[in-house]
Ligand binder design. Structure first.
Ligand code: NAG
Ligand code: NAG
Length: 501
C-alpha cells in the first residue's frame, strides 16, 4: 500500500531530486557533473535529508505554514529548553556564555534577526510596516536595509555615564540591557521605571529601544540548518571577494591555523585564501574556548543567540521553508497580501546578484587587487553566485584573462544576467548549495565534523534538525563529488579530468 510520506519537505525534496535525476540522466554529457563509476546510475545526487524531520503531513507543494505548525515548533523548543536546564543542573560542563543579541520592534512585532537565515527580507517587511509604506513591498527601494532599520533595533548602545547626565533627553520606550550577564534582570515584565531606577543606581550598558513594557508582542525568529548556515557564512564572509571581510574574518583564521613567517604579521596578510577546512578548525577552537578570538554573530550557533530559553518565540521560521513560513507568519499577523509566492521565485536572487556584482566592481576590485588578480576575484564572484544557485554550474566562467582586465560592471552584469536567464530553466542549480556544501565538508576531517556536531547539539535539539546530515556525514564516510568543483577557482580539475565531448 502506498503511504504518504509524513514530511512534506521530504516529499518536495524527493520530487526535486527525482526531476533533477531525470534531468541528469537525459543529459548527453552524462558524467559532466558526477564522476563516472562503473555503475554510473547509482547515487548521482547525495542522499536528501537536509531540513526538518517531523513537520505536519501536507502533500501541498506550496502552502503557507499553519499556526498549528508554528505552535508545534514552539512546543519543541520549550521542551528542549526544559531538558537543557535539567541537564545543566546536573553537569558542570562549562559552555561559552550566550552571545549578545538584539531585537527589533515595530507595532506589536518583535523580531530577533539571526544572520544567514533570510533576515534581509524580514527587515524589509518590518521597515515597510513600521514606515506605513504603500504600494508593493518589493517595489520599494530599500537601499542598505541593515543600516536603515537600525533605528528599530536595540543598537543605540549608551553607557551609563552619558545616560545619567542626559536621561531626560532620551525618549525612552524602555531600557533593555544588552549584555547577557544581565539578561535575567532585563526581563520584559520589569517595568520601565524599575529598569530605569536600576540603571541609574549602578553601572550598566543599556539600549534605548522601541519596546513598550506590558504590550503584547508576537515574536518572530528564523533559524537554519546549522551546517548549511556555517557553510553559507564561510562562502559570504571568506570566499566572496571582499577586502573588509577578509581583514575582519580571515585574519584571525590565518593567524590561528597557519604558521606565519616572521615579519609577516597576520595583519599584513590578505587572508584572501582561507579554506573551508581552516575556517572550520578555527570555528571549533573558538566555540570550544580553545582559542580566544572574538566570536561573531554570523558563525555563533543559533542556540547561543536570541535568548531562546529566556524569551518566548511565538513564530519560528526556517530558512529551508522560507516562503511558506513567511507567508504563514504574515497570515497570523493579519498582513496577508504583503507578499505572494511569485515574489519568492526569482525577484530576490536577481536583485541580490545585481547588488553583489555592482558592489564588487564599485568597492572591491581595486582594493582586492594586491591580494588577487581581477580575474581571480571575478572567478570567486562567479563561483559564489553558482554556490548560491543563482547561476547554474553548467554556465562556466565566460571570460578570458584578457577579457577580465577589460570588463566593467555593466558588461559583467549583462554577461551574468545572460547566464542567469539560461540558468532559470535549469533545475540542477537548485542542487548547487548542497553539492558545494558536500564538497566543502569533504575537506573537513571526520574528527572535526564530529566536533562540529557536538557544538551544534542544542541547535539540532531546539529546532529539529538532523545532527547526521548526510551531506556532512555521508554513508561510510564516502563523499561523492561532482566533476564540477565549486572551490576549484580555475576549474583545473574539471578540465584535467577530461570532460566528455
Ligand atoms: C559540580 O561542581 C560542584 C562544585 O564544584 C560539585 O559540588 C558538584 O558535585 C559537581 N557536580 C557534578 C555533577 O559533577
Ligand atoms: C534576461 O531576461 C529578461 C526577461 O526575459 C530580459 O528582459 C533580459 O533582457 C534578459 N537579459 C539578457 C542579458 O539576455
Amino acid at each position: 500500500m502506498f503511504r504518504m510520506p509524513r514530511c512534506p519537505r521530504l516529499l518536495l525534496l524527493f520530487l526535486i531530486l527525482t526531476c533533477g535525476a531525470l534531468y541528469y540522466f537525459t543529459l548527453k554529457d552524462d558524467n559532466l557533473r558526477y564522476q563516472g563509476t562503473s555503475n554510473s546510475h547509482q547515487h548521482r545526487v547525495p542522499p536528501p535529508n537536509v531540513g526538518g524531520n517531523s513537520e505536519e503531513a501536507s502533500p501541498a507543494r506550496q502552502r503557507p505554514t499553519s499556526l498549528a505548525t508554528f505552535q508545534q515548533r514552539k512546543k519543541r523548543l520549550e521542551a528542549a529548553c526544559t531538558e537543557r536546564r535539567n541537564e545543566a543542573a546536573n553537569n558542570n560542563n562549562s559552555k561559552l556564555p550566550a552571545f549578545p543579541y538584539h531585537t527589533m520592534w515595530t507595532g506589536s512585532l518583535a523580531f530577533c534577526p539571526l544572520p544567514k537565515t533570510g533576515t534581509t527580507t524580514w527587515k524589509r517587511i518590518l521597515y515597510y510596516m513600521d514606515q506605513g509604506l504603500k504600494g508593493r513591498l518589493l517595489d520599494t527601494a530599500y537601499g542598505d536595509i541593515h543600516t536603515k532599520t537600525m533605528y528599530m533595533q536595540n543598537k543605540r548602545i549608551r553607557v551609563y555615564s552619558d545616560f545619567k547626565q542626559n536621561h531626560e533627553k532620551y525618549e525612552i520606550g524602555a531600557l533593555i540591557r544588552y549584555t547577557f550577564e544581565h539578561e535575567k534582570d532585563a526581563n520584559p515584565s520589569h517595568t520601565h521605571s524599575l529598569l530605569l531606577a536600576d540603571c541609574l543606581r549602578r553601572s550598566c550598558v543599556f539600549l534605548l529601544s522601541r519596546y513598550t513594557p506590558g504590550k503584547k508582542y508576537k515574536s518572530i525568529v528564523f533559524v537554519r540548518e546549522p551546517y548549511a548556515r556555517l557553510f553559507a557564512a564561510y562562502v559570504d564572509k571568506l570566499f566572496t571577494p571582499r577586502r573588509s571581510n577578509w581583514r575582519k574574518y580571515g585574519t584571525p583564521v590565518v593567524s590561528f591555523t597557519r604558521t606565519v613567517a616572521p615579519g609577516n604579521a597576520p595583519n599584513s596578510l590578505c587572508a584572501h585564501d582561507v579554506t573551508f577546512q581552516e575556517f572550520v578548525r578555527y570555528f571549533i577552537a573558538v566555540e570550544t574556548g580553545v582559542a580566544d578570538y572574538q566570536r561573531d554573530e554570523h558563525f555563533v550557533p543559533l542556540s547561543h543567540q536570541c535568548g531562546f530559553c529566556h524569551e518566548t518565540y511565538d513564530l519560528i521560521g526556517r530558512q529551508e521553508s522560507f516562503a511558506d513560513d513567511t507567508l504563514g507568519m504574515l497570515a497570523v499577523l493579519n498582513a496577508q497580501g504583503l507578499l505572494h509566492y511569485s515574489d519568492f521565485e526569482q525577484n530576490y536572487e536577481k536583485y541580490e546578484m545585481d547588488a553583489l556584482i555592482r558592489y564588487t566592481f564599485e568597492h572591491e576590485l581595486d582594493s582586492v587587487h594586491h591580494c588577487m588578480s581581477k580575474e581571480q576575484a571575478l572567478r570567486h564572484l562567479w563561483k559564489a553566485l553558482q554556490i548560491r544557485g543563482t547561476i547554474a554550474a553548467e554556465e562556466f566562467f565566460p571570460l578570458s584573462t584578457a577579457d577580465c582586465e577589460q570588463v566593467d560592471a555593466d558588461s559583467f552584469l549583462q554577461i551574468a544576467e545572460n547566464s542567469y536567464n539560461k540558468s532559470i530553466a535549469n533545475p540542477s542549480r537548485h542542487f548547487n548549495r548542497l553539492e558545494s556544501m558536500h564538497e566543502g565538508f569533504s575537506t573537513v576531517h571526520a574528527e572535526d565534523r564530529l566536533r562540529l556536531r557536538k557544538i551544534f547539539e542544542d541547535d539540532f535539539k531546539f529546532f529539529d534538525y538532523d545532527p547526521n546530515n548526510p551531506y556532512v556525514f555521508p554513508k561510510d564516510d564516502e563523499f561523492k563529488l561532482a566533476y564540477y568543483r565549486y572551490f576549484d577557482v580555475y576549474d583545473t580539475f574539471l578540465f584535467q579530468s577530461g570532460v566528455p565531448n
